[in-house]
Design a protein around this ligand. Structure first.
Ligand SMILES: Cc1cc2nc3c(=O)[nH]c(=O)nc-3n(C[C@H](O)[C@H](O)[C@H](O)COP(=O)(O)O)c2cc1C
Length: 167
């Protein structure tokens, strides 16, 4: 799958808006992710409001690309009903976020995954801005836009990270 190998985090975007149809395709991909017990704990909030995007950049220093991105997707977990003592929802959410990035790449869009959970301060502030109920945890913000930078991918495969049978 070529998108795995061509995707990079993109932090500069053109002014071109992102089609709602493309956002929907990315969210569909997200919802096809595996999840523990097929729990599917995800919810997604689409933010296009410039004030909200800029406000996030004021407290989360690593989200400055949101000043340029026409849209962001906030991936949230509903932890009210999760199985297995809540041990796996972060992995569920991560799989969904990765699908968003790969579908974005396939559509020619640039994305950047910005971590929110487990940084308490970021979780609190994002929850306030988006009016999230207590059982909904914002896990990541994904900036999305048409790329205004090109980034090469270096070879990342490292044979010495592969172990057989034991460490
Ligand atoms: C859990 C997680 C949190 C991240 N948070 C941020 C972030 O807050 N801001 C940012 O610019 N990039 C963030 N990134 C993107 C990483 O910096 C990036 O994936 C890494 O440098 C590798 O580069 P690549 O995505 O171009 O392959 C995050 C990535 C992950 C997986």
């Amino acid at each position: 799958m070529k998108e795995i190998y061509s995707r990079r985090s993109i932090r500069k975007y053109t002014d071109q808006p992102v089609d709602q149809e493309h956002i929907q395709q990315m969210l569909r991909a997200a919802m096809y992710a595996p999840s523990a017990g097929n729990e599917k704990p995800w919810h997604f909030i689409i933010i296009r409001d410039r004030n909200k995007l800029n406000t996030i950049t004021s407290f989360h220093p690593h989200t400055q690309m949101l000043k340029e991105s026409p849209v962001a997707i906030v991936a949230c977990a509903d932890i009210s009903n999760v199985k297995y003592d809540g041990a796996f929802w972060i992995q569920d959410m991560s799989a969904a976020v990765q699908n968003i990035l790969l579908q974005g790449e396939a559509l020619g869009l640039g994305t950047c995954w910005c971590g929110v959970y487990p940084k308490e301060e970021f979780v609190l502030k994002v929850s306030q801005i988006l009016n999230l109920p207590e059982h909904i945890i914002p896990v990541a913000i994904i900036a999305v836009g048409h790329p205004a930078e090109e980034r090469q991918v270096q070879e990342r495969y490292k044979p010495d990270r592969v172990h057989h049978e034991v460490w």
